[in-house]
Ligand binder design. Structure first.
Ligand code: FPP
Ligand code: MG
Ligand code: MG
Length: 380
């Protein structure tokens, strides 16, 4: 709520664009093979939070009034704007595996003239596709049984199909990305895909039993934050940067967009890691307490470990021994690990908001601020 008691709904300013999101994503995912089609579209059925596309759209609108000067010709650096005709699809051996042309008029857009470019809308969809692909793979790696309140894709279709569906999403995201005709944006999002894998590797390595009784150190936290950037904040920050680039924003604005996304992404994952301790599986729509079960020491545990060195032995054996998970959980809840995690998340959310300082006042800017505040309040 604002000072005068009015609530700002960050969704409102981009509600029209959000309405088309899932439909456009499902169009990007059409496959002639019925079971691939079903697996690929599976996570688009349940209503996800769509946090990332929402942020990309808000960032697009909020940076609209920060153009590089002199203004470029409309057919340059504006992606698939109206000046570019639909792309010819080369003959394909199997036509059903070809993605249909998606440049205007094939992209569904709100009727009214909008300050959000078609390329920026497409970026929002690509961002959600990459995120969804990572969830398909993540649920295989984590042996997860539920997602968004339904059985996970790996449970529904098996590991092989879930992995391939994720790969298919990445393939289609890459085609859509290439069609934006902006090499810098392609490079950013391609880097995100590599970063997601690097982050996941750091997480696996973190829990490898290469040390029997590790000692807490500042590096433990640095490693965790680096992993968190790669795993979560890279996608949000580089998508925000790409949104500003597609809108031809000046370089200060591009940097600010990146900084907002980076700090928000870190806050977002810190909150995710604390909700894993504080919420029930029913609240989350996915298993709760999953991190300890997976052998993962996230922020709440790292802060508790600093105060309680006996946690080191449990971290060292990935909480594998009978009673380890319960013991670790108890110690974390006794410590102020949850509060410290929340405080750190708050710091990052504040930094995200501070990054927007020079943006011109707009509803979209208020929406971005509200998103940062909401990140700390969310319950799932
Ligand atoms: C969710 O984390 C997972 C991620 C944020 C990224 C996972 C990345 C990979 C599996 C790398 C390979 C994938 C691609 C598409 C490049 P979580 O397990 O902490 O969250 P959860 O509780 O929602 O499962
Ligand atoms: Mg997971
Ligand atoms: Mg995971």
């Amino acid at each position: 709520a604002t000072k005068d008691g009015m609530t700002v709904d960050p969704l409102r300013t981009v509600a029209k664009e959000m309405k088309f999101l899932t439909g456009n994503i499902r169009k990007l995912l059409g496959s002639g093979h019925p079971s691939l089609d079903r697996a690929a579209k599976y996570y688009t059925q349940a209503e996800g939070k769509h946090v990332r596309p929402l942020i990309v759209l808000l960032m697009s609108r909020a940076t609209y009034l920060c153009p590089k000067s002199p203004l470029p010709l409309p057919d340059q650096s504006r992606g698939i704007d109206s000046s570019i005709s639909p792309i010819q699809i080369l003959a394909d051996v199997n036509p059903s595996s070809t993605m249909p042309p998606l440049s205007p008029p094939d992209i569904d857009v709100p009727e009214a003239n909008s300050d959000i470019l078609p390329s920026q809308r497409r970026l929002a969809e690509i961002t959600e596709l990459i995120h969804t692909a990572s969830l398909l793979h993540d649920d295989v790696i984590d042996h997860s049984v539920s997602r968004r309140g339904s059985p996970s894709a790996n449970l529904e279709f098996g590991n092989k199909m879930a992995v391939l569906a994720g790969d298919f999403l990445l393939g289609r995201a890459s085609v859509a990305l290439a069609r934006l005709r902006n090499p810098e944006v392609v490079e950013l999002l391609a880097t995100v895909i590599a970063n997601l894998v690097e982050g996941e590797f750091m997480q696996l390595k973190n829990t490898e039993r290469d040390e029997r009784n590790p000692k807490w150190s500042e590096e433990t936290v640095t490693y965790y934050l680096q992993k968190t950037y790669l795993k979560t904040a890279s996608l949000i920050s580089k998508s925000c940067r790409a949104a500003a680039l597609l809108g031809n924003a000046d370089s200060m604005t591009v940097e600010a967009a990146y900084s907002y996304g980076r700090n928000l992404g870190l806050a977002f994952q810190l909150v995710d890691d604390l909700l894993d301790y504080t919420q029930s599986g029913k609240d989350l729509g996915k298993p709760a307490g999953a991190d300890l079960e997976l052998g993962l020491a996230t922020a709440p545990l790292l802060f508790a470990w600093k105060q309680m060195p006996e946690l080191g032995a449990l971290v060292g054996r990935k909480f594998e021994r009978e009673g380890d998970v319960a013991k670790a959980r108890e110690l974390v809840l006794q410590s102020d690990g949850i509060e410290q995690t929340r405080a750190l998340a708050q710091d990052y959310a504040d930094k995200a908001i501070a990054a927007l300082a020079h943006f011109p006042e707009s509803e979209a800017k208020d929406g971005l601020i509200e998103m940062a505040q909401k990140t700390l309040k969310r319950q799932k």
